[in-house]
Design a protein around this ligand. Structure first.
Ligand SMILES: Nc1ncnc2c1ncn2[C@@H]1O[C@H](COP(=O)(O)OP(=O)(O)OP(=O)(O)O)[C@@H](O)[C@H]1O
Length: 408
């Protein structure tokens, strides 16, 4: 089996084995210049479909998925487990060959011209090995710039700036293996951005970070997008991160896009909102009646007489609730409106099946990067040492169709 990272590097032409003759390079450069001049979106996905297996075993992972991302835009790609996010991202990155559809980066078809298309793209994928732990932080940045074909010396100032922004400057000369998990996560991000790419895919970028580091990273991602026109596709189970960082979210469910809108619009389109209510005089039978008739949660006895609860209700329902409370002789002590958040919108749009990338064990594994997982040792391109970039799931890598690599 060939590792996914090998495939990606090959798609990018990093191994120098994709026919990169001078003539080809010239053509690719021309393609890129022409495409950029057209000023199209940074990323365009059109009609992407992928079914794994066949017959009774067939699983349609992605069905007719289309979306675009403009330069400098930050979008969140969300969905419950199995929604098709990974398949979509891997198809965009050339790690999976879709059955149908087209992907263009800065107007360049990724399957027709992988070298030119992927020249300015990088990814921090879940569970992937993004850093060499034996190298220092700065050496990692230089290394990843070099394997993208950039001159690390020419990018030295840029690297300094990245380290500064991510609060890593004082660790620049520390081997990555000596850093905390949160810092390693920041180094991974810095490494992805070290080659001065214009489009980056970030899976759980704040995973393992303490609150302060997470806030720094959110702020810097937004700044990088604003100031440098960096285009980001972010996947995270943490809706606060998505809300803080993303201009827009694309929500997938069962292989299809169920929402593609700004966070603001998604929340505005939400009819149901919530209230937090405190009342006096509610006994158990009254509370049972309210619970039966309304969507009451978080019920809490404050003392013998006072009760607080939350209720999901649009305004009409809220008035019915107040009528019911009055009929029960309850005294309304306090009412507070609870605004719907992205989490609420997500649950409603995806049928409440819980969000994807669900943190937990799967991701914890991603933190144990040193010590050579399967992919790194197979890879070879990155020195066969301890880490290599790649996709998240070796088992999927064995899928014949996925890695056929028969790109045109
Ligand atoms: N190589 C494969 N072979 C068979 N089925 C697959 C393969 N890869 C993905 N699938 C299936 O395709 C569907 C979409 O999976 P995908 O990993 O893209 O979803 P996801 O949204 O990334 O989920 P998660 O959040 O769990 O990673 C799932 O039903 C999954 O089991």
């Amino acid at each position: 089996m060939e590792s996914e990272s090998t495939e990606l590097e090959r798609a990018r032409g990093i191994d120098g084995d994709d026919g990169g003759s001078d003539a080809t390079l010239e053509t690719e450069a021309t393609i890129e210049t022409a495409a950029r001049e057209r000023n199209g979106p940074a990323l365009a996905v059109e009609g992407l479909s992928k079914t794994f297996g066949s017959g009774d075993e067939a699983v349609t992972a992605v069905e007719d998925v289309s979306f675009t991302v403009e330069s400098g835009e930050v979008i969140g790609l969300l969905g419950p487990n199995g929604a098709g996010k990974t398949t979509t991202i891997k198809s965009i990155l050339g790690l999976i060959l879709p059955d149908e559809g087209a992907v263009r980066i800065h107007g360049i078809d990724v399957y027709d011209h992988p070298r030119a298309a992927y020249d300015h793209v990088d990814a921090m994928l879940e569970g992937a090995r993004n850093d060499y732990w034996r190298l220092t932080v700065r050496e990692n940045l230089r290394y990843f710039a070099a394997i993208r074909g950039r001159d690390p010396d020419a990018l030295a100032d840029r690297h300094d700036e990245l380290l500064e922004r991510l609060d890593l400057s004082d660790r620049a000369d520390t081997p990555v293996r000596e850093l905390s998990r949160g810092m390693k996560q920041k180094v991974s991000l810095a490494s992805v951005l070290a080659g001065d790419v214009s489009v980056a895919f970030l899976d759980e970028p704040t995973l393992g970070l303490d609150v302060e580091s997470s806030l720094t990273l959110r702020r810097e991602l937004v700044r990088l997008a604003d100031e440098r026109g960096l285009t980001l596709v972010v996947s995270s189970h943490d809706m606060d991160v998505i809300e803080a960082v993303c201009d827009r979210v694309v929500i997938m469910n069962e292989g299809r896009i169920v929402a593609d809108d700004t966070v603001e619009n998604l929340l505005a389109g939400f009819e149901t909102q919530g209230y937090r209510i405190a009342v006096r005089g509610a006994d158990e039978p009254i509370l049972a009646d309210l619970r039966e008739r309304f969507d009451v949660t978080d019920l809490e006895r404050l003392d013998d007489d006072r009760t607080r609860f939350a209720v999901a209700a649009d305004s009409a329902t809220f008035y019915r609730l107040t009528d019911a409370m009055e009929a029960h002789g309850l005294e309304l002590e306090a009412v507070e409106t609870v605004k719907p958040n992205l989490e609420d919108a997500f649950v409603e749009l995806t049928g409440g099946s819980g969000h994807g990338d669900g943190g937990g064990g799967e991701h914890d594994g991603g933190g144990e990067r040193d010590g050579g997982g399967g992919r790194g040792s197979e890879d070879g391109i990155l020195g066969g040492e301890e880490e290599a970039r790649g996709g998240k799931d070796e088992t999927r890598g064995s899928d014949g169709g996925t890695h056929g690599g028969e790109r045109r």
